[in-house]
Design a protein around this ligand. Sequence first.
Ligand SMILES: C[S@@+](CC[C@H](N)C(=O)[O-])C[C@H]1O[C@@H](n2cnc3c(N)ncnc32)[C@H](O)[C@@H]1O
Length: 262
Amino acid sequence: MAELADRHQLYQEAVQNPEFELDFIDETFEELVGRKAASMREDFCGTALSSVDWVRRRDANTAIAVDIDPEVLAWGNDNNVSMLAPDQRERLTLIRADVLDVETEKVDVVQAYNFSYWFFQERATMLNYFRRVREALIEDGLLFLDVFGGSECYQTQKEKRKLDGFKYIWEQAEFNAITNELKCHIHFHFPDKSKLKKAFSYTWRVWGARELREILQEAGFSEAIVYRQKFDAKTDEALDEYIATDDAEDYACWLGYIVARP
Ligand SMILES: C[S@@+](CC[C@H](N)C(=O)[O-])C[C@H]1O[C@@H](n2cnc3c(N)ncnc32)[C@H](O)[C@@H]1O
């Protein structure tokens, strides 16, 4: 089963939830800007799943999807973009480029999801990235980033989730307590006991929400709002609801978004 599996398909099923993420973008954009967003750039787009869903959402929507890896872009083109109707396809542009030097027309929304901007290890690189994103946004555009925190980011651990026909394993394999470098892997296990080990591997720096806001401010963003995942007051269970807050309890693992305005 592992030999026959397609790692990009499994990743999309296990990790991505474009409908939820785009609902959050739509609702937050309307609330903060007072109109609907139409143009979006998806940085670190991988298979461009979110951009594909974006151009499907509304006829006025356009998307530019940027990734450095030609293999994942080709997969996205063959498996996701090819499912679009011709008029939807015309509103989506795939670009193979480094997000640190890509030049694109100005957009309403830049999204960088699934912590990919944490590939950037140096503060100067993060500052450069945020400056360039700011340049890529129209005056009342918004940058959407995700963020996670809590004591569990700073330790090795494994987390397993059962999905339809396979198991998803998130492994934090090494954490460097001096540099905040976290080495992670995604593995997939199958009912016939076969395994797709290290289907994806990342080395991230664990950044804090406060320091990211400071760098965003230095890059010229006027405001950066943190939306933190809510927890059930009785059970402590994480909920699919995010609220703007500067005041958060120290849950061992929490997810959030940072929304920044130029
Ligand atoms: C974890 S995937 C993210 C996929 C998708 N955005 C998501 O939400 O799941 C990270 C992607 O970032 C791309 N990437 C890494 N560094 C990059 C860079 N400097 N510029 C553009 N893409 C980059 C990789 O090729 C990979 O496809």
